[in-house]
Design a binder for this molecule. Sequence first.
Ligand SMILES: [Zn+2]
Length: 86
Amino acid sequence: MDDVIRAVGYVTGRRGTILKRKKCIICDRMMVRGISVLGQFVCRRCEDGIVKTSPFDSDYDFYRDRFKAFWRTVSRPPACRDNIIP
Ligand SMILES: [Zn+2]
């Protein structure tokens, strides 16, 4: 039963709770626990990494680049009918 649940993106938590796994926008792993940033999921491990990483750490560039890529996806101007080429 547990394997079937995992196959569709769910895991069984404590006390038998069914938890949905979500794809982290930073590490691309399917994780359960984390935060929502502008409607997107950041796993707890990446959240901790972002909070603890200073600009002098080797991981800083990784987190910065992933957030830049994410930001580009949410900062696009809304689709406008005038921009549609027939
Ligand atoms: Zn992550």
